[in-house]
Design a protein around this ligand. Structure first.
Ligand SMILES: Nc1ncnc2c1ncn2[C@@H]1O[C@H](COP(=O)(O)OP(=O)(O)OP(=O)(O)O)[C@@H](O)[C@H]1O
Ligand SMILES: [Mg+2]
Length: 352
């Protein structure tokens, strides 16, 4: 799954860049505002069809230009695959081997990637949505049919909410579908957490040198089944005009040394916990796909002391993923072997 060639045109501050990436170790270094995050964002865009920073499409096109184009050749073991993204006047085009029909799911299958950036602590300290997205990303890769199920569930939820806003007329028709699909989404998430549990706890222990536990919260009281919880919540749902229980309210509770990580651990510890989650997900999906994944590390040194950074990088290298890391200077990160080095200045890239 390693990215071999990578080309960028008119993406954020980068007018043109071409990178021949190393199968395992790559570093992009440069001063503040030189374009490091922009380059990682471009790579991530190729695997997701959207910005990991949640940036709107229009802000991604280089000022004064009309479109951006991204292209990569991805080594999938048995074949070399080309993926491309173009944001033109006709809208966003996503292509895998010239085929535009698969959409962003096809990009994600071709180039599975994870990102550790300076906001990663939000995976632990932020709201539950990011943790659900985290679980669902793993489920997408390891649980057959998860995406279709999840999309159908979202549609049932939307329809049920529309019915609630209209005073509940016709709601029975959506309840059965909501419960059926909701239970399937829930089952897949529980299965994923079980597959990941060992890896999550090991990565957590290695990075934080303490006991880390993960508890799953399905999104409704555990003593009830989903159908009962939905029935009991009906009056509240009507008042709020939206469904208050269900898998769209699920969460993972993280416990570090018996403290609730979301509120009671430091920012650096939250970052390490979040990194342990990302590394566990990478490990599990790589094992499932039997191929190395792409791991983007945007300024991994931020917020971490030297020992913590060394532990993090040790765990990262052990995965044998393809790494593209950024740093302010060339010598901030030490690698087990010589990485491919790129220097970026005012959006212009030079191979060192
Ligand atoms: N659409 C755009 N067109 C042109 N320039 C842009 C666009 N979007 C962002 N920029 C500029 O690109 C520059 C580089 O931003 P980027 O976030 O990549 O820097 P960085 O090297 O990661 O910096 P830091 O070390 O501070 O994280 C910034 O000055 C930003 O204002
Ligand atoms: Mg940056």
């Amino acid at each position: 799954m390693a990215v071999r060639e990578f080309r960028v045109e008119n993406f954020r501050c980068v007018e043109k860049a071409e990178l021949n990436l190393h199968a395992h170790y790559n570093v992009i270094y440069g001063a503040n505002a030189s374009g490091k995050t922009s380059l990682l964002e471009a790579l991530a865009y190729l695997g997701r069809g959207k910005s990991f920073r949640g940036a709107p499409l229009t802000s991604l096109v280089r000022h004064g230009e009309r479109e951006f184009v991204l292209f990569a050749k991805v080594d999938r073991g048995e074949q070399l695959c080309s993926i491309g993204v173009r944001n033109s006047r006709e809208g966003l085009e996503l292509r895998v081997d010239g085929d535009a029909t698969g959409g962003s799911a096809s990009l994600a299958e071709t180039l599975p990637l994870q990102i550790i950036d300076p906001d990663i602590h939000n995976l632990v300290g932020g709201g539950p949505e990011e943790r659900r997205r985290y679980l669902d990303w793993i489920a997408f890769h390891v649980e057959h049919d998860f995406l279709r199920c999840w999309r159908r569930f979202r549609r049932a939820l939307k329809q049920r909410n529309a019915s609630l806003k209209g005073g509940g007329a016709g709601i029975e028709a959506w309840n059965a579908e909501f419960v059926d699909l909701g239970m399937r989404v829930d089952k897949a998430r529980r299965a994923v957490l079980e597959i990941c549990r060992g890896s999550l706890e090991e990565q957590g222990a290695a990075l934080l040198e303490g006991v880390v536990r993960f508890e799953y919260r399905p999104g409704w009281p555990s003593e009830k089944n989903l159908a009962e919880a939905l029935e009991d919540s009906y009056e509240r749902d009507l008042q709020q005009g939206s469904t208050q229980v269900g898998p769209h309210r699920a969460d993972i509770r993280l416990i570090y040394d018996e403290r609730q990580a979301r509120r009671l651990v430091s920012r650096g510890q939250q970052k390490l916990l979040a990194c342990s989650m990302v590394l566990a997900a990478t490990e599990v999906v790589q094992t499932h796909l039997e191929r190395p994944m792409l791991l983007l590390l945007d300024d991994p040194a931020a917020e971490l002391d030297q020992d913590s950074l060394a532990r993090l990088m040790g765990q990262v290298f052990a995965l044998r993923a393809q790494i593209v890391a950024t740093s302010l200077a060339p010598d901030v990160l030490s690698f087990p072997e010589k990485p491919a080095m790129f220097h970026v200045k005012h959006g212009v890239l030079t191979r060192i």
